[in-house]
Design a protein around this ligand. Structure first.
Ligand SMILES: NC(=O)c1ccc[n+]([C@@H]2O[C@H](COP(=O)([O-])OP(=O)(O)OC[C@H]3O[C@@H](n4cnc5c(N)ncnc54)[C@H](OP(=O)(O)O)[C@@H]3O)[C@@H](O)[C@H]2O)c1
Length: 264
């Protein structure tokens, strides 16, 4: 299986920045018809323009993934226009930089609403076009933090773990759906800036771990290729990916190391 994206309808959430914006450009260079979603209309317009400059059709649709009404309105747009999506990239997300006991539960919920319940609501609202015989690719941006716990990331890790269980089950129930879990390690994007502190305010700093991460365009090329091949799980990143194998094959060592790795 290899998907040719030319002329295919592709929705990317979290397309206004970072990995989503870079994936949008990569899909654009492959001739996809793009629907780009996020909250920030101005930044989305910039990404649309970049995709159009690559010869693709691209449209910006504002959505707040943490709001059911907003997610429902996004899904309804496709119904109104009769657009059948071939590829749905569930990528929007926020991170966290706060200790478990210093994170308010409404902040835990905000992270879960954005990273987990938003994508869940969206696919349920799009069920009419996802269920059936037509092949549909769902790409879900999780994280290596979805494969193990990590300091300062309890809610974030929880949200990313939850995505695996939900979307793997969805694939098993729907033979026409192929789910690709994109599992980045550290990618050079501004994600740490919007990460939430324990009181819900923004951390507002660029972490060195992020700044020294993999180039975002390289990440996007790997991600889009994985979707095109129907790869089920794709780890993307550098040396930090070793923690996945240490957790799997040598868990005692994981518990010695993970608390010592810089969480910033
Ligand atoms: N960068 C990494 O090292 C890394 C590693 C592992 C996983 N990831 C995952 O990769 C995905 C993309 O992150 P990134 O690194 O590209 O970060 P980013 O540059 O901060 O992009 C995050 C995107 O999500 C959107 N977003 C955030 N909250 C939203 C909401 N409530 N509703 C709609 N859109 C929302 C943002 O757009 P607006 O602000 O315009 O809404 C933005 O487009 C996330 O799911 C993240 O967890 C990243």
């Amino acid at each position: 299986m290899r998907i040719d994206f030319a002329g295919r309808n592709v929705l990317v959430t979290g397309a206004s920045s970072g990995i989503g914006a870079a994936m949008a450009r990569e899909f654009a260079s492959r001739g996809a018809v793009l629907y780009l979603a996020a909250r920030n209309a101005e930044r989305l317009a910039g990404v649309c323009a970049a995709c159009e400059a690559l010869g693709a059709k691209a449209e910006a649709l504002t959505v707040d993934m943490a709001s059911e009404e907003s997610v429902d309105a996004l899904a309804a747009e496709f119904g109104k226009r009769g657009v059948l999506l071939d590829v749905i990239v569930l990528n929007a997300g926020i991170s966290q930089r706060a200790l478990t006991f210093e994170t308010a539960t409404d902040v835990d919920r905000k992270v879960m609403e954005t990273n987990f319940f938003g994508p869940v609501r969206l696919v349920k609202q799009l069920a009419g076009q996802i269920r059936g015989e037509r092949p549909v690719s769902l790409a879900v941006t999780t994280s290596i933090s979805g494969l193990f716990g990590f300091p300062l990331r309890s809610a974030y890790c929880a949200s990313k773990h939850a995505l695996f269980g939900f979307f793997e089950s969805l694939e098993l129930e729907n033979p026409n759906v192929r789910v690709t879990f994109l599992i980045p390690g550290r990618i050079n994007t501004p994600i740490s800036r919007s990460a939430v502190l324990g009181d819900g305010s923004a951390y507002a700093e660029m972490d060195p771990g992020q700044a020294n991460g993999m180039d975002v365009d390289k990440c996007a090329r790997i991600a889009v290729k994985a979707i095109s091949k129907g790869t089920r799980r794709k780890l993307i990143g550098g040396i930090e990916l070793i923690m996945v194998y240490i957790k799997k094959w040598c868990p005692w060592l994981f518990f010695k190391l993970a608390g010592k790795v810089s969480a910033k």
